[in-house]
Design a protein around this ligand. Structure first.
Ligand code: CA
Length: 234
């Protein structure tokens, strides 16, 4: 069995895919290639690679859609291939949590070097944080990301702020006013029910990960608290 890191290339232009496969193979990787988003997701489910190189402009779906669906079940590093500057803006602006992007036309050697450094970084992170998987709620403030039992939650900025605040003191009941003050830029303009609405969508996202848990408790008339008794593992 090959111990070479498997890299999945998702790219509909055969010329680019060939060049990439050649460069990766030469550099000691084990590349595989698919040309559509659908094939990519099938492959990713069946055999998650060490890293995905994902073209934004695919014939059946955008790379962004493929990325979102991938993040529902796997945390594989992703490098986007972008053809236009507005795509780059989206990668950066949406803070998708992709590991990197490369604009076409690109140098295959440079891309392979990026792949290598991302994998090195991923290996370091994995080695440095062995306990991460046992923390129900892991907050990465730099990337504004929260993982719930290892699953990346797709959060709006308010949902992110709410969960981060609640998680800062599990068990503590935060009033709606306090939450408005801490999370919203202009709390005066917002209403208590704004908090309720965002808590509701946040709960739904957490429920998708852990259907049997009730991580955010409502305290009637007072506010919300993060449960203190969440199990360490699902
Ligand atoms: Ca394309």
């Amino acid at each position: 069995m090959s111990m070479k890191p498997r890299i999945l290339i998702v790219e509909d232009e055969p010329g680019i895919a060939d060049t990439l496969q050649y460069a990766l193979r030469t550099d000691g990787f084990d590349p595989a290639w698919v040309a559509t988003g659908e094939e990519a997701l099938t492959q990713l489910r069946a055999q998650p690679p060490a890293l995905v190189i994902l073209d934004v402009g695919l014939p059946d779906a955008s790379g962004f859609e493929v990325f979102k669906r991938l993040r529902e079940f796997a945390d594989v590093p992703v490098v986007f291939l972008t053809a236009r500057s507005d795509e780059i803006d989206r990668v950066v602006g949406l803070e998708l949590g992709a590991d990197d992007y490369v604009a076409k036309p690109f140098s295959p050697r440079e891309l392979v070097a990026r792949v290598r450094s991302i994998l090195r970084r991923a290996a370091k992170t994995a080695a440095a944080a062995p306990a991460a998987a046992t923390t129900p709620i892991a907050i990465d403030d730099g990337r504004r990301q929260i993982r719930f039992y290892g699953h990346l939650l797709e959060l709006s900025r308010y949902e992110y702020g709410l969960l981060k605040t609640l998680a800062s003191r599990p068990g503590h009941v935060f009033s709606r006013d306090t939450l408005l003050e801490r999370v919203w830029d202009d709390p005066g303009e917002s209403l208590d029910r704004t908090v309720d609405a965002h808590v509701k969508t946040l709960r739904a996202k957490m429920k998708a990960v852990a259907p049997l848990l009730d991580p955010i408790r409502t305290h009637r008339g007072t506010g919300y608290a993060l449960a203190e008794d969440l199990p360490a593992k699902l």
